[in-house]
Design a protein around this ligand. Structure first.
Ligand code: IPD
Ligand code: CA
Length: 272
């Protein structure tokens, strides 16, 4: 029988590399945490900030990838972009939760995914302020610090704890606020932690029952999306997000909550 590239790939080698780089980048972010206010600039809008540490973290990861995997492609939030020839592409968010980081809020992460022909096969999210590393390989389950994790058994929206996130553009936020007016009365409560990679991993380990966001970027969700999927979540919208669509919506929820949550989000009145 013909073996596919997926069969031949040693996912554990890719996983070990991603864990090593995410952990080292996370340690670097912790070292820079106190000096964070001195290094701020802005990107797409005045609310979209970037620090020298975002860039240094991406540099550390990219250098490590190029050294160990010179034939792979790379896409990073801070501009890393490299064509590869191996079929593997690394998708990096070197500091997810930049606003939290700048304000000294311990909810930020390093997110690294390895994709094979566009589908994530390895996902690593390091949350250095809580000493947690979430990992997943396709078909191999999801783990927190090496211990298998699974989604909660939630089935009722009315008692579900749901996280979301907001984009950086004004018009997008107005729409997100409008949708929220439908969601908030229908669920137990809503959380906005400010780091999508962490939201997805917290769905994966049952700290949250569901997460949704519109207008998120590929690097925010590539690794966490696989962690949530492998933990048993229903995850949708990743493919649309990877095309760069502004209106793509990611939902990650327990299997019992996915349909009712989607219906609730779809019921929000269209923008006027
Ligand atoms: C942001 C965070 C946030 C989400 C935004 C993202 P960044 O990423 O993940 O939770 O709501 O959509 O852009 O800018 O902190 O890397
Ligand atoms: Ca991000």
């Amino acid at each position: 029988m013909e073996r596919t590239l997926n069969d031949m790939l040693d996912l554990s080698t890719l996983l070990d590399l991603a864990v090593d780089l995410a952990t080292r980048a996370g340690a670097m972010l912790m070292d820079g945490f106190e000096a964070r206010h001195e290094t701020v600039g802005t990107k797409t809008s005045s609310t979209d900030m970037v620090t020298d540490l975002d860039r240094a973290s991406e540099e550390l990861i990219v250098e490590g990838l190029i050294r160990m995997r010179p034939d792979d492609g790379i896409l990073g939030e801070e501009g890393a972009s490299r064509e590869g020839s191996s079929g593997i592409r690394w998708v990096i968010d070197p500091l997810d939760g930049t606003t939290n980081y700048l304000y000294g809020l311990p909810a930020f992460a390093v997110s690294i995914a390895a994709e094979l022909h566009g589908a994530a096969v390895v996902g690593v999210v390091a949350d250095p302020s809580h000493d947690e590393v979430f990992t997943a390989t396709s078909g191999g389950g999801a783990r927190r610090n090496g211990v298998p994790i699974a989604v909660s058994g939630a089935t009722e929206l009315a008692t579900a704890l749901v996280a979301t996130g907001f984009g950086y553009r004004r018009e997008q936020r107005s729409r997100q606020a409008q949708v929220l007016t439908e969601v908030l009365p229908a669920v137990r409560d809503v959380r906005r932690f400010g780091a999508a990679a962490i939201d997805l991993c917290w769905v994966a380990c049952g700290r949250l029952d569901a997460y949704y966001e519109v207008g998120i970027q590929h690097w925010d969700v590539a690794a966490g999306g696989l962690v949530a999927t492998e933990a048993g979540a229903h995850v949708e919208g990743l493919r649309e997000v990877s095309t760069g669509s502004d209106s793509a919506r990611v939902i990650a929820a327990t299997p019992g909550l996915a349909d009712p949550l989607r219906q609730l989000l779809d019921a929000a009145p269209p923008p006027t």
